[in-house]
Design a protein around this ligand. Structure first.
Ligand SMILES: Nc1nc2c(ncn2[C@@H]2O[C@H](COP(=O)(O)OP(=O)(O)OP(=O)(O)O)[C@@H](O)[C@H]2O)c(=O)[nH]1
Ligand SMILES: [Mg+2]
Length: 320
């Protein structure tokens, strides 16, 4: 298998070459067979990057914050990769285009790689494609990888949760924190940003969040950082809070535990996807047979399902 891997592509990614990184991520989006080989070759070179998820309602200021945070991180001489994940508008939505244009202030900085991503052919969908793209940036030597995703919908929320520090962005305005809670963002937040703090209601939004956090029983209390991303205000504080959360996790076994849980979720998702494909493919015949047996009352549906899983699993295909 490794004999047929695209060696120049793998070497290019490992050398941090922009074009190679971009191509590798395109392979992931397209879900080609080549992708699996490239990822296999890159895997031993991953596991170093610290990942930061930025999520929140549409228009909350995630991209503006991300761009400013990239500048702040660069001042510390660290390198950054950014993935703007957009499952809902896979092609050229206005928001995506806007991101690209704005993010161009980093276009000439070799320490930064920014990319919007959507899945086109990856069978596991965006939830399985994103960790792979993160690993490409990790293998390319980026110290930090930021993942921007809109905090609406289960897939998006789980992507935002699949990182080392999850930042949830809310805006001033009555009930924004409540909306975030409804979207399941309260549980995944390691840190809250009240962006657009130049608008009325920032204090109320902070108070609202604090009240909700009072009710939560967790050992870590997320910090709340007000920012005005468009004026570059609060970015030092945000960066400091992210680093505090990182240190908190690095103290003891929290970070390895968190990463192991995340990897377990990924393995499970891959396994489920493989099984699903198998059930829809080669195992379809077995399913038919079992259905007939259930119809004749020789088996009940649960026993049949068990046989189906056992029958389907041994030959389950590769997920490529
Ligand atoms: N007043 C004010 N406007 C802001 C602030 N931050 C961002 N904006 C504006 O809010 C709008 C949305 O900002 P984006 O950064 O694109 O928000 P986003 O969350 O990435 O949006 P989507 O990716 O489309 O969900 C833009 O017009 C920004 O200029 C802020 O701190 N104050
Ligand atoms: Mg955006």
């Amino acid at each position: 298998l490794s004999g047929s891997v695209d060696a120049p592509l793998v070497d290019g990614v490992l050398a941090g070459e922009r074009r190679a990184v971009a191509r590798a991520i395109s392979l992931i989006e397209d879900g080609t067979v080549e992708r699996a080989r490239v990822m296999e070759a890159l895997f031993p070179h991953t596991g170093r990057a610290y990942t930061i998820g930025i999520t929140g309602a549409p228009g909350a200021g995630k991209s503006t914050l991300t761009e400013r945070l990239v500048l702040r991180i660069r001042r510390d001489e660290a390198t950054v990769g950014v993935l703007a994940v957009d499952p809902s508008s896979p092609y050229s939505g206005g928001a995506l285009l806007g991101d690209r244009v704005r993010m161009q202030s980093h276009a000439t900085d070799r320490g930064v790689f920014i990319r919007s991503m959507a899945t086109r052919g990856h069978l596991g969908g965006i939830a399985l494609a994103t960790p792979e793209a993160v690993r490409v940036l990790d293998a390319a030597g980026k110290d930090y990888v930021m993942i921007e995703t809109v905090g609406v919908g289960q897939a998006e929320v789980s992507i935002a949760n699949a990182c080392d520090t999850t930042v949830v962005v809310v805006n001033p305005g009555w009930g924004d924190a409540v909306q975030a809670a409804k979207a399941g963002l309260m549980e995944i937040a390691d840190l809250f940003v009240v962006n657009k703090a130049d608008r009325d209601g920032a204090r109320e939004a902070i108070r609202e969040l604090m009240q909700m956090l009072d009710l939560a029983e967790t050992d870590f209390r997320p910090e709340i950082v007000p920012t005005v991303a468009v004026r570059d205000e609060g970015l030092d504080e945000l960066w400091a809070a992210i680093r505090r959360h990182r240190r908190y996790q690095e103290d003891g076994d929290r970070l390895p535990d968190r990463r192991r849980r995340r990897i377990a979720r990924e393995i499970r998702d891959i396994a489920v996807e493989r099984l699903r494909r198998r059930l829809e493919g080669d195992a379809a015949e077995l399913l038919d047979e079992l259905a007939e047996q259930v119809r004749r009352r020789r088996l009940d549906p649960y026993a049949a399902a068990e046989r189906l899983v056992l029958g389907a699993a041994p030959g389950a295909e590769r997920l490529d």
